[in-house]
Design a protein around this ligand. Sequence first.
Ligand code: NDP
Length: 323
Amino acid sequence: MTSEHVKCLIIGSGPAGYTAAIYAARANMSPVLYQGGQPGGQLTITNEVDNFPGYPDGVQGPQMMQDLEAQARRFGTDIRYGLVTRVEFVELPSPGNPHRAIIDDKYEITADSIIISTGATAKWLGLPSEMRLNGRGVSACAVCDGFFFRGQDVVIVGAGDTAAEEASYLANLCRKVYMLVRRDEMRASKFMQKRVKTAHNIEILYNTETEEVLGDDEVSGVRVKNAVTGEERILDVTGFFVAIGHKPNTEIFQEFLDLDASGYIVTEKGSTRTNIAGVFACGDAQDNVYRQAITAAGTGCMAALDAERYLVTLEMQGEEIVH
Ligand code: NDP
């Protein structure tokens, strides 16, 4: 198998990965970044991004990712297509015993430091109509897209803390929010439940499942069914938000890294260090609370700075071995 050694390998190409690349490249770490299966990450399936500081008129998600990529290239990041299919992290990395990553099952990279920015994937219901209208009234991020539905009626699906939090967020912007809960109770914390139950413009529909999102080019309604009575009805809404959880893209690391119960990479408080020296995690792969482009970018910067400091100690270790 062909092999190559790099100082800094970045896995993933969302705002976290590209920001890590900008900082790492400027610090002479010669980063190599593999873009993964969805170059640009979750923002490439978003329309307008209005809440990323520095864009007074907003920016299209795909455009923002192209800009970030161009900025990372400008400082010399080696950006490549390809998927990291396997990793082998070592307990005590040293210049002679580095971490390994296999690209597309056929190419080996050994690395002094690795920054993981593989992100998370929003879960969807899996309805054809939901996919067809994605980005045209269907969204998995109320904080990103809620603003476009000011004064309108919307649906949110889900009954966990995220759904409750996003329902409250939407209730501040929209005229009415229907919250579809598939069972006869919610999973969200008592506090969050109280918040949605007491909001004057949130109507919670229990035992309710989505049959179809209606609309040709944009969402114009949602057909729902009561699982107990079998009764169907159409909700007259223009927005359809799905908040049924996220899945962090961390499977390939689970053998080596500490993950929480939901699969998010555990990092040391206030840093991006994982339980393995020389391996750092940033962005949504390690964040199930904030999950914003700006917070992902912030932790990407932290990861590059953490990796830079780590490389200094590794270099000193190498010099000691030589002398
Ligand atoms: P959760 O997994 O906690 O909840 C997912 C919700 O979606 C559940 O209510 C589930 O229903 C529902 N659901 C799943 N699949 C479907 C489906 N096909 N149709 C309809 N409903 C469906 O995910 P969250 O994103 O809400 O939270 C993830 C973690 O992050 C949790 O630990 C949460 O506490 C935490 N969090 C904390 C916050 C905070 O502290 N401020 C904010 C947001 C999240 P069911 O209950 O029937 O399984």
